[in-house]
Design a protein around this ligand. Structure first.
Ligand SMILES: Nc1nc2c(ncn2[C@@H]2O[C@H](COP(=O)(O)OP(=O)(O)OP(=O)(O)O)[C@@H](O)[C@H]2O)c(=O)[nH]1
Ligand SMILES: [Mg+2]
Length: 229
């Protein structure tokens, strides 16, 4: 599952690098689903031409799109869901390693901070923010996590069924973590490569960093959303 918002510059390369053959040899049939948040560039056309399934989310925000994508996934009989940002920062070649690392009933999370973080891939503000938010998450929720804001996750169907989420924007990963902590869903960290983004960032470091911190605090007090939106 690839979340997109104006990612025409990165999508084709990412799609072509998905190791569909390698996964096939391991016994997996793959489908590529693009969840689009209202792109005004050629993302949707490119996705359709490449043969991806395109799902245009209702409303705005990565969190809202991811939750709608999770729901659709659970309506299928599929066993594993891999989500990765579609901005050229994550390496699709590492999908196989992620899938094979999923613990029983759990989730594998790509770890950029202990992996191969390429020079210029992350601004120093974002590096500090990622470290601080990861530290805050562990301090509040007690479950080990190495890279809270990673955009590369591989889920077993059972883990995804259990998550309770209502995030609208970039707090979604933090909320997936707090739900794992609350429900004792096994997570494993897989060191991954992280490269410089293609195209414009949609995340505002300060604004979205603050809402991620707020989500971590709220989920410490109210571990599950009152009402899933
Ligand atoms: N479906 C959907 N995807 C979105 C939306 N907003 C952003 N995305 C995608 O979510 C992924 C992460 O967004 P980014 O802007 O890269 O945010 P980030 O990776 O946290 O921040 P950077 O480190 O600055 O790249 C990208 O693939 C975006 O295209 C949205 O509203 N809906
Ligand atoms: Mg990004």
């Amino acid at each position: 599952m690839l979340p997109t918002l104006d990612e025409e510059g990165a999508l084709e390369d990412i799609y072509r690098r998905i190791p569909i053959e390698e996964l096939k040899q391991k016994g997996y049939t793959t489908r590529v689903v693009v969840v689009d948040g209202g792109s005004s560039d050629n993302t949707i056309q490119i996705a359709a031409e490449l043969g991806c399934e395109v799902f245009e989310q209702w409303g705005e925000g990565k969190g809202a799109g991811m939750r709608q994508g999770f729901k659709k996934f659970l309506e299928t009989g599929d066993e594993v869901l891999v989500m990765l940002d579609c901005d050229g920062t994550y390496h699709p070649e590492e999908i196989t390693k992620m899938v094979e690392s999923i613990p029983k009933g759990g989730i594998a999370i790509g770890d950029r901070l202990h992996g191969d973080l390429e020079p210029d891939a992350m601004t120093s503000t974002n590096w500090i923010g990622n470290q601080l938010l990861t530290w805050l998450a562990v301090a509040l929720h007690g479950k080990a996590i190495n890279d809270l804001c990673s955009g590369f996750w591989a889920f077993s169907r059972d883990s995804l069924k259990r998550l309770h989420l209502n995030s609208m924007r970039f707090e979604i990963e933090a909320e997936m973590y707090t739900s794992c902590a609350h429900l004792d869903i096994p997570i494993i960290h897989v060191p991954i490569t992280y490269s410089k983004r293609v195209g414009e960032a949609k995340l505002g470091s300060i604004k979205d960093g603050t809402s991620i911190a707020r989500k971590l605090i709220i989920r410490r007090i109210f571990p599950t959303p009152h009402e899933e939106q």
